[in-house]
Design a protein. Structure first.
Length: 451
């Protein structure tokens, strides 16, 4: 597939890196010489230096013949103009990323027709959804849903006293219907076999039905939580989106800390019956103690300052908060946040990029999750076996090394399969695989996207 990415920032770079490994023909357009040079030196893509609001630049980038244009610069107005020009030049499909969707409110269909985009995505909205799904699940650091929510993928940190330590994966007494599909330790990521072992401090990706995953949590000593106190740092747009989603969740109480008096007052007026707004500085220990913030179950650092978010998470953890979530603007900081003990670091830009991948593969894949900074992917695929063969055992499919089928769905029946499981055309499978094997996996299930 010919894909043009406009914008070589966090989202554009992440997309170009993953797509270029899958044999797509990728072009990247950016007006910044430093970012353009960086992406040219590190990725096997074509780079066009120039302003994407110029028809000449878009033409040189091959937009008139591109199968998919992804517009993801940090300038909303420039993105809108780029879409208008690209559609007029002949781009087949256009995905538009905006920070602020309010400008489209009540006029989305009009804008879609007038500007010419096919899909519009919001970085902020996706980040809010990820935060909320993590809060809802109580213990998981990250949650992805497949097959309409019937199968979940949850990420957990393995503590020093975990029952998962000591033996091989094959020796673990896991609840029925649960599979460990990925293990991350420091900078390494593996899709494990039964002979692998889990080390203290590792993070594991576990897939299964939600009730089976709940049983897995109980097996590892997770306490039952009935009421949860959630504290957010920052009264900006992201906190607003999070509060809108959490305010009606049963058993959740919400507080927001904001040091800007005007923003605090405005936020309190908007959510007067749903949220307590604390007008103060998160570094004020006396205020935190007086408000008993350390007794909260979850602290969400959602300010626009990465360093402030990191310091705030450390401080609140020291005061006794059980779980910390930080929004990270620079995706390269995610590993640092994790290394320094923040339970879940969310990069809004990377979250948005991962959602865009679902649309890139829309003809063949229903859902996509990207794990371990792009070192593995999880695909939900509809099986379409080739030729006269309508069914086959998993062990006979010829899946490449480092590939695991973590879920099998037929009609309303959901299971975690083994090598003897019979796969039939029309079934859905959830597949863990390395990025370099995505094309091979899709071809096995006859679900190859356009190339």
């Amino acid at each position: 597939m010919d894909i043009t990415v406009v914008g070589a920032g966090e989202v554009g770079f992440h997309l170009a890196r993953i797509l270029s490994r899958e044999d797509h023909r990728v072009s990247v357009v950016d007006a910044d010489p430093v970012r353009s040079r960086s992406i040219m030196e590190s990725l096997d893509v074509q780079v066009i230096l120039g302003d994407a609001t110029s028809a000449d630049v878009l033409t040189r980038a091959g937009v008139p013949k591109t199968d998919l244009l992804v517009v993801v610069t940090d300038d909303d107005k420039a993105n809108l103009l780029t879409c208008v020009l690209a559609r007029a030049l002949g781009a087949r499909r256009i995905i538009l990323r905006l920070h602020d969707l309010e400008r489209l409110e009540d006029y989305r269909y009009f804008y879609k027709q007038a500007i010419g985009f096919d899909v519009v995505l919001s970085t902020e909205e996706f980040a809010a959804e990820e935060v909320v799904s993590t809060v809802r699940e109580h213990h998981a650091l990250e949650v992805e849903s497949f097959v309409g929510g019937r199968i979940q993928l949850r990420r957990y940190r393995v503590d020093d006293d975990s029952q998962l330590l000591g033996g091989t994966l094959a020796e673990l007494d896991l609840p029925s219907g649960v599979l460990i599909g990925g293990v991350s330790h420091k900078k390494t990521f593996v899709i494990p076999t039964g002979e692998d072992r889990i080390e203290p401090g590792s993070q594991i990706y576990v897939i299964g039905k939600s009730y089976a995953l709940d049983a897995f949590e109980r097996m590892n000593g997770a306490p039952t939580i009935h009421r949860r106190s959630v504290v957010l740092l920052g009264a900006g747009g992201l906190s607003r989106s999070i509060v809108h989603r959490l305010k009606n969740v049963e058993g959740v109480s919400l507080r927001v800390i904001e040091r800007d008096h005007v923003r605090a007052k405005t936020f309190a007026a908007e959510f007067s019956s749903d949220v307590m707004v604390i007008d103060g500085d998160v570094a004020d220990l006396e205020m935190l103690t007086e408000e008993r913030v350390g007794e909260a179950h979850t602290f969400i650092a959602a300010s626009g300052d990465d360093e402030q978010n990191l310091v705030a998470c450390h401080l609140l953890k020291a005061l006794g908060v059980e779980r910390t979530i930080a929004l990270v603007n620079k995706s390269s900081y995610r590993y640092i946040f994790d290394m320094l003990g923040v339970d879940h670091a969310i990069s809004p830009r990377i979250t948005c990029a991962n959602r865009i991948l679902r649309f890139v593969r829309a003809d063949s894949v229903y859902s996509v999750a990207v794990l371990g900074e792009g070192r593995a992917e999880v695909l939900e695929i509809e099986v379409k076996l080739s030729g006269k063969k309508t069914s086959a055992k998993i062990k006979s499919l010829g899946l490449p090394p480092g590939t695991v089928i973590g879920g099998h769905v037929r009609d309303d029946e959901v299971e975690v399969p083994d090598g003897e499981t019979l796969i039939t055309s029309g079934d859905h499978v959830i597949v863990f695989c390395l990025p370099e094997n995505v094309k091979k996996v899709l071809s096995i299930f006859n679900a190859e996207a356009d190339s």
